[in-house]
Ligand binder design. Sequence first.
Ligand code: NDP
Length: 447
Amino acid sequence: MSVEATVQKYYQKVLQRNPGEPEFHQAVHEVLDSLRYVLAKDPFYAEQGLLDRMTEPERQIIFRVPWVDDAGNVQVNRGFRVQFNSALGPYKGGLRFHPSVNLGIIKFLGFEQIFKNSLTGLPIGGGKGGSDFDPKGKSDREIMAFCQSFMTELHRHIGEYRDVPAGDIGVGGREIGFLFGQYRRMANQHESGVLTGKGLTWGGSLVRTEATGYGTVYFTQEMMKEHKERLDGARVVVSGSGNVAVYAIQKAQELGATVVAFSDSSGYVHTPDGVDVALLKEVKEVKRERVSDYARQVDGATFHENGNIWEVECDVALPCATQNELDGESARTLADNGCKYVAEGANMPSTAEAIEVFRKRNIRFAPGKAANAGGVSTSALEMQQNASRDSWSFEYTDKRLQGIMRNIFQNCSNTAAEYGQEGDYIIGANIAGFKKVADAMLAQGII
Ligand code: NDP
């Protein structure tokens, strides 16, 4: 069978076995598309049911999450944990609380996580979880009630050597605190390595909060260096205004760039003179307000309700909000406006069509599984600190993060070149991430 036919056969099987899960199909398609280069060279990767096994989660858990709101009404949400692949280490991946969450979204995120975690070079498998719970507008007590109920079921499935969740959309320090407290109570032990993103006084790691955003910028820096350009002086657009976006904005500006726009789901803020990061943090992290509230307080910043952030002229675009937020049309607009680099802080924010446009228009593109791997890498560093009852300085941890991002970049770049696809970091990331997991699975037998 030709490589093309083999790839098609596996993709069709995934479509048939997982109906109604378009984001999962998209994530699998992107990886299989890159694997044609591997299969042409090393056809044994299609043997022993390897690709069937890799696209089927080891375990999927779906559960009821009942809780009582402030008005005394019973609410019921759905909880998920997909334990996708533990060939390299315990399942590792965040929890997302957002009304759009369903099994297909968690499977796409868990699938991506396998290859991302492999790329970090650290011993972690891939998993993801979450709930269709919407934290927006909820009181702290409601958030706590939900987190406690969620963990009452989840606790039996996780553990420092089994599965180690962290944050994602809608899950930050506050939620990790409530989740950890309930786990500790139910397990009757202070098992600090069971969750990452913890508070600094109870097992958390310095730099974890900043890591995904910082890491995305470190990766961007490496990519620009390879093309003899610098971030210093560049105009950068960052979508989103959550954990990833805020620290991407901070690091980009520290390195001399001007961040000219950021957003939330209601619109974007145009900031031609750059972002006041201290104010943005206060608006988002302390007051939990909207980006329009930021714009109201800054001269020269304008809020564009429901506007398309990708219409703002820039040299570098960092999508840091959510999946499929950057489509083909937006990619063309970016290219027309002279954008030369795109690095994904979010997971799969660019549609397949957008990626095609980037390739055609010669925009250098860093896929999320490589560019945003700084978050999970620092989570793995948090696990190392927990295991050795140690805590490292900010400078040391940040150096480790920078080293990891540099290695991931080199690995993507070298692997792409090895397969004759120089400069195509998607192909490089998918192949490098895949081979390590595949080799481990082949060595461990058919399980
Ligand atoms: P947060 O919840 O902190 O922030 C999410 C941001 O994205 C908010 O500004 C939110 O706006 C916006 N957003 C979410 N959904 C949508 C939507 N449907 N349309 C438009 N905007 C939206 O999440 P994070 O910053 O942690 O995560 C952002 C992305 O980064 C996700 O794709 C996540 O999977 C990925 N990621 C996160 C990591 C981490 O360490 N946190 C690690 C690696 C990847 P609003 O407030 O209006 O909803």
